[in-house]
Design a protein around this ligand. Structure first.
Ligand code: AMP
Length: 191
């Protein structure tokens, strides 16, 4: 199995680049943000719980996210591998993911980090908010909370993968094609 973590702040382009990676490498996509939005749309208890955090731009508690990812992986055991998009977002989630994959005799192959400056992120998120319908994209205050959550809780995850020599930093500014070209080259040498 090939398992990739696509890492980066909100607005870095993880969703867009995930689609390209899936097309080329045929992996199964897990976006925890999309899974939460699906639960929210279906009005499940999990969705209602997650919404309280998402609407504020805060991270959903670890045990909720980890449980949801564990359940999802169990239903896709025959997948050729996974691309994790927006997960793990804390070191506790990264440790839980390692343990989860170990149960299936597999591991993370590579963590691709999309590097984008903060002012560019804010610009992109506000622009996306005009059409995405996402409450958390439409308000500068919420965007700032999401970026702070990233800096405080998520950035240490990069160190976690660096300590396993699985990190790979990519410039996330440029055309979608240029960025994907750089991601592909990195993946082809790492997996
Ligand atoms: P995203 O679509 O990845 O930007 O995620 C939207 C929101 O869902 C985030 O702002 C969080 O509230 C929540 N969320 C998504 N993934 C995670 C995660 N791995 N850990 C905690 N909260 C998450």
């Amino acid at each position: 199995m090939v398992n990739i973590v696509l890492f980066g702040p909100p607005g870095a382009g993880k969703g867009t680049q995930s689609e390209n990676i899936i097309d080329k490498y045929g992996l199964n996509h897990i976006s925890t943000g999309d899974l939460f939005r699906k639960h929210l749309g279906e009005g499940t208890e999990l969705g209602k719980l997650a919404q309280q955090y998402m609407d504020q731009g805060k991270l959903v508690p670890d045990e909720v996210v980890i449980g949801m990812v564990g359940d999802y992986i169990t239903t896709k055991k025959d997948a050729p591998g996974f691309i994790f998009d927006g997960f793990p977002r804390t070191v506790a989630q990264a440790e839980a993911l390692d343990a989860l994959l170990e149960k299936y005799d597999t591991a993370i192959s590579c963590m691709v980090m999309l590097d984008v400056p903060e002012d560019e992120l804010k610009k992109r998120l506000l622009e996306r908010g005009k059409t995405s319908g996402r409450v958390d994209d439409q308000n500068e205050e919420k965007i700032n909370v999401r970026i702070q959550e990233y800096l405080n809780k998520t950035l240490p995850v990069a160190g976690f993968y660096a300590s396993q020599s699985k990190d790979c930093k990519i410039n996330g500014v440029g055309t979608v094609e240029e960025i994907f070209g750089n991601i592909s080259s990195a993946l082809d040498t790492h997996i």
